[in-house]
Design a protein around this ligand. Structure first.
Ligand code: BT5
Length: 268
């Protein structure tokens, strides 16, 4: 079913906008799917090329990190991009930061919306989470076979479509703009920025991407509590290191670096 007003993501509505070399050039669009990440992983295992993009109008089993679920009603942008970077699996977390930078910059350029990034994978506007990223790896023979970067963007639905416990902490772009946005325009801008960042990192390393990440970070400089999965660690977030790890000052002159975890900000 085609939507009116230029908000639909079917191939004929969206692909004419695309300005990338590879990202999105193989495109799978589904009205409904369990999880775009699960489907993209299947496609990866069947040899689909780098840049393959899966987009669904809604997900019935959208995934977050650590087995959490991601609520995905119609109107969002629920996507997974297949990447085959030639890099050490240990550096894969950097791809999450890179996607966050690209989405932040595309949102600012395409919609004038300024989002902040909460380490490692959340985009927040006015304190509410509007997008999240889940990167999943496929490894073999000690190397990285593929990486599926899943991005959920709360685009064209009101936050009151989300279940009660999320309403206070989740926001949607439609609510922020006061109107539905042109999803094809945002998606095309995001993929172009993402591909440019991806090539830049492959060519020059991640230094500049990390600089841009730091500039928009909501986390750095603040006192935070980090749930590591094995307990809570409290400290001041000092920096992110060259692997994308969060450096916390946990005591006077003492620092520890974490590659994963859930951050709670203890100050505004
Ligand atoms: C994330 O996890 O933020 C990663 C979300 C990735 C979703 C995309 S959608 C396309 C692709 N296919 C998938 O199956 N997944 C990816 P995490 O940091 O673990 O955050 C999950 C938490 O965010 C949940 O426990 C809820 O508290 C909250 N949440 C769930 N749905 C939300 C929504 N639509 N908006 C804002 N917050 C949400």
């Amino acid at each position: 079913m085609q939507e009116t007003g230029g908000t639909g993501l079917t191939p004929s509505e969206w692909l004419p906008r695309l300005k990338t070399q590879a990202f999105g050039r193989v495109y799978h669009y589904l009205p409904e799917v369990l999880s775009t990440n699960a489907l993209a992983r299947e496609l990866a295992q069947r040899g689909s090329p780098e840049g393959t993009l899966v987009v669904a109008e809604s997900q019935t089993g959208g995934r977050g990190r650590l087995g959490r679920s991601w609520v995905s009603p119609p109107g969002g942008i629920w996507l997974s991009l297949l990447l085959r970077p030639s890099q050490d699996p240990a550096r894969a977390p950097l791809q999450t930061l890179l996607a966050a930078v690209a989405l932040r910059e595309a949102l600012a350029a395409a919609e004038g919306l300024e989002a902040a990034i909460k380490w490692p994978n959340d985009l927040l506007i006015r304190g509410k989470k509007v997008a999240g990223i889940l990167a999943e790896m496929g490894t073999g023979d000690g190397g990285l076979n593929y990486l599926v970067a899943g991005v959920g963007i709360n685009a064209n639905f009101p936050a009151n479509r989300l279940p009660e416990p999320l309403r206070g902490k989740a926001g949607t772009l439609q609510d922020l703009l006061g109107r539905p946005l042109e999803r094809p325009r945002l998606l095309a801008a995001f993929l172009k920025t993402w591909e440019d960042c991806y090539h830049q990192a492959a060519r020059e390393g991640y230094e500049d991407i990390l600089k841009r990440w730091r500039r928009s970070s909501l986390t750095l400089g603040k006192r935070v509590s980090l749930d590591t999965g094995e307990g809570q660690v409290t400290g001041r977030a000092l920096d992110i290191d060259e692997r994308g790890g969060l450096v916390l000052e946990t005591g006077r002159g003492r620092t520890r670096t974490f590659l994963a975890g859930e951050v709670t900000l203890l100050e505004g």
